[in-house]
Ligand binder design. Structure first.
Ligand code: NAI
Ligand code: MG
Length: 351
């Protein structure tokens, strides 16, 4: 039985890097039936809807989605980000971001970094529960609000559920167990944001007890930001809440070469979406100039999720060989090769 995968290039360089991924996958002897469809700004222009009905249908009739990048423009009435809608509809609660240094990448800070960040993807400060202006009666809900009365106040509510905390930590531990990782570090700020981070930490400690073979560490997010610079090689798996994860994963990505190398998986119980972390970089759209490695690493994550462990490993090894040789590289690595040159080099190295 083959795989049924929804393929959404999106906008801008999403098309360039998706072509690169498709080229490499063609070399891999996989039985894939593609559900090709569209989402993002291109759909907003055509239908005033970033995820039209036919796109939902294509997603729903697929096992998972390979996603390029989309354009989001602020200040447009009724505009909703396609990727946020997909994450919410399919409850893709785990945002998984590997941070691995590859030899041959000149920006490398150190070459022994190999950690994976699990970021909660559906709750916390990104729940979208916000007020401005602030409804008067809400001043009654907490005495701490009294001192803000009479001011122009905006409020964003940080919503955590016990279930949400539990499942993201569990996902991180399950991953650590499956891939032989030594430690899981829960990143929080429970000393200040006592109730929400407190609940997260409580669940983390509870879940950790079920995995006696894996070390469990705790770190305050501000200290973690420092340690990521100071000794990133000491960390294996980090698990954290939505906003902290957003910030430390971009920080960590820069340690290993930046946006051209940052891939991510959005994983739920029944569906998953794999994408590079970068956006649609409109100024390079259609020029086949940008680095496809982030997209290829996202493709590797998809193969892993599908259970194609051997092929996933082989793809990563191919990427590592091309980077180490350093002959075929895009502008961001000081090279002149095109997006598809890099894809072809990776494909060749698999043969
Ligand atoms: P961006 O990631 O698209 O590009 C920023 C800069 O990073 C580019 O100008 C380029 O210099 C560099 N860059 C990005 N990807 C690269 C690659 N693969 N190889 C080499 N260099 C690369 O971020 P920006 O400019 O802030 O946003 C552009 C659009 O993308 C916006 O509409 C934004 O909303 C959207 N976006 C979409 C995301 C997604 O699809 N998940 C994520 C981030 C931004
Ligand atoms: Mg981010």
């Amino acid at each position: 039985m083959g795989y049924k995968i929804c393929r959404i290039p999106g906008d801008g360089i999403g098309h360039d890097v998706m072509e690169a991924a498709s080229l490499v996958l063609e070399q891999m002897d996989l039985d894939i039936e593609w559900n090709d469809t569209e989402a993002g700004w291109c759909c907003w222009e055509k239908y005033q809807n970033t995820v039209p009905e036919h796109t939902w249908k294509a997603l729903e009739s697929s096992q998972c989605c390979l996603f390029g990048a989309i354009t989001s423009k602020p200040g447009i009435k009724g505009f909703k980000s396609a990727i946020l809608q997909i994450r919410q509809r399919f409850d893709l609660y785990a945002n998984v971001r590997p941070v691995k240094a590859f030899a041959g990448v000149p920006l490398n800070y150190r070459d022994d970094i190999d950690l994976v960040i699990f970021r909660e993807n559906t709750e916390g400060l990104y729940s979208g529960v916000e007020f401005h202006p602030y409804p008067e009666n809400l001043f009654d809900i907490h005495p701490g609000l009294e001192r803000f009365k009479g001011k122009d106040v905006a409020v964003s509510i940080r919503v955590f559920t016990r279930e949400g905390c539990n499942r993201i930590v569990r996902k991180a531990f399950e991953y650590a167990k499956e891939y032989g990782r030594k430690s899981v570090t829960a990143v929080h700020k429970a000393n200040v944001i006592r109730l929400t981070c407190g609940m997260f930490l409580e669940e983390a400690r509870k879940v950790a007890k079920e995995y006696p073979g894996i070390d469990f560490w705790e770190a305050n997010v501000d200290a973690m930001a420092m340690w990521l610079i100071k000794n990133p090689q000491n960390y294996d798996v980090l698990v954290t809440t939505n906003m902290f994860g957003d910030i430390i994963s971009d920080q960590a990505a820069q340690l290993v070469g930046g946006l051209g190398f940052a891939s991510s998986a959005n994983i739920g119980e029944a569906f998953a979406l794999f994408e590079p972390t970068h956006g649609s970089a409109p100024k390079y759209a259609g020029q086949y100039k940008v680095n496809p490695i982030a997209m290829l690493l996202a493709t590797k994550l998809m193969l892993e999720w599908l259970g194609e462990k051997e092929k996933a490993r082989s793809l990563e090894n191919g990427i590592a060989r091309v980077l180490k040789e350093g002959k075929v590289k895009t502008y961001d690595l000081g090279g002149k090769s095109s997006t598809l040159d890099v894809a072809r080099a990776v494909a060749d190295s698999l043969a």
